[in-house]
Design a protein around this ligand. Structure first.
Ligand code: NAP
Length: 307
């Protein structure tokens, strides 16, 4: 029986583990299918307070994990496949094994969103990727395309200019969701070409199983054309990882957990932290803050119950 079980090992889950560990609650952290969360897929994080020169994303999240382990947090590899929040103690099934817990902190984050084209799905790993940091290296001297108009797309496009001979950024609107600083940086990068009001209708060549080109369409003129491309990176946001809690934890229409104030979900004793609930800020620092809040609430909940 665990006092605190934390689902997810990103910035939110690891920070919750630091606080719960330091409160002597010996938290158990379930690593999840993307251990380290989104920070483990990023490069330099320039806006996490305390690091004037910036810090590497994977180093940051690994550092928080070590800090949690120093306070007695335990980590297990594996993914949550089922939960039972209907009775107490709560049940969490990790790859087939049920674990009981008095409190649960859901910090399962969000995963990359895909365009949803059949050809995109067929070519994942063969020219199509959602992670520039992981796969950029394969496209040294090649033609790269990035889709999206937010900070992720700008960051990925800039990063990929280190490798590609040119990077084309495709965005479906004229206006960008990206912050001004990130957009300006991409605009001033001579290797980045912008294609706005443009959508990707298909990727080729599924017959050979290797990406060769993208079929594009300008939404204003209606014109369609084909562009040769070797690496195609999708950076169009994320989907909250809440499928496994469906029917138990209240979410909004897109699957983000509905907060009942502070870190509370609709079930007393089950708390949320980070991107799994936050559709607005979605930053490493806000996820860390949310992890801290969830751990403090779990601690108070246990105390009130006499544990
Ligand atoms: P986002 O801000 O939600 O932007 C997603 C972009 O993808 C939007 O431009 C959207 O277009 C486009 N998009 C969505 N679905 C699409 C589809 N089916 N087809 C084509 N385009 C589609 O997501 P994000 O860029 O991943 O950023 C998420 C959060 O992380 C933000 O808060 C961001 O500030 C933060 N972030 C920060 C940094 C940093 O500061 N270093 C780096 C990365 C991310 P529309 O605009 O038309 O909706």
């Amino acid at each position: 029986m665990r006092n605190v079980l934390i689902i997810g090992s990103g910035c939110a889950g690891n920070t919750a583990a630091v606080y719960a560990g330091r409160a002597n609650l010996k938290p158990l952290v379930i690593g999840g299918h993307e251990p380290g969360g989104q920070l483990s897929l990023t490069t330099l994080v320039e806006n996490f307070p305390g690091f004037p020169e910036g810090i590497n994303g994977p180093n940051l999240v690994e550092g928080i994990k070590k800090q949690a382990e120093n306070f007695g947090a335990e980590y297990v590899h594996g993914s949550v496949v089922d939960t039972n929040f209907g009775t107490r103690p709560f049940g969490v099934n990790v790859d087939g094994e049920w674990i009981e817990a008095r409190t649960v902190i859901i910090a399962s984050g969000a995963s990359a969103r895909w365009l949803g084209l059949p050809s995109e799905q067929q070519l994942i790993g063969h020219g199509v990727s959602s992670c520039a940091t992981c796969d950029g290296f394969f496209y040294r001297g090649k033609r790269i395309m990035v889709v999206g108009g937010g900070d992720s797309a700008m960051e990925e496009a800039n990063f990929l200019t280190r490798f590609g001979r040119e990077v084309t950024l495709v965005h479906r609107r004229e206006e960008f969701r990206a912050s001004k600083i990130m957009l300006d940086r991409a605009r001033h990068n001579p290797k980045i070409r912008f294609l706005t009001n443009t959508v990707v209708n298909e990727l080729r060549d599924t017959s050979t199983g290797l990406l060769t080109s993208a079929m594009l369409q300008n939404l204003v003129t209606g014109k369609s054309w084909e562009e040769e491309v070797d690496g195609f990176f999708v950076a169009i946001g994320h989907i909250p990882n809440t499928k496994v809690f469906k029917g138990q934890i209240e979410t909004d229409s897109e699957g983000y957990i509905l907060s009942k104030g502070g870190a509370r979900t609709n079930i007393p004793g089950v708390f949320h932290a980070g991107d799994v609930q936050d559709r607005v800020y979605r930053q490493a620092i806000t996820a860390a803050g949310a992890g801290c809040m969830a751990a403090i609430e779990a601690e108070r909940f246990l105390e009130a119950e006499g544990h």
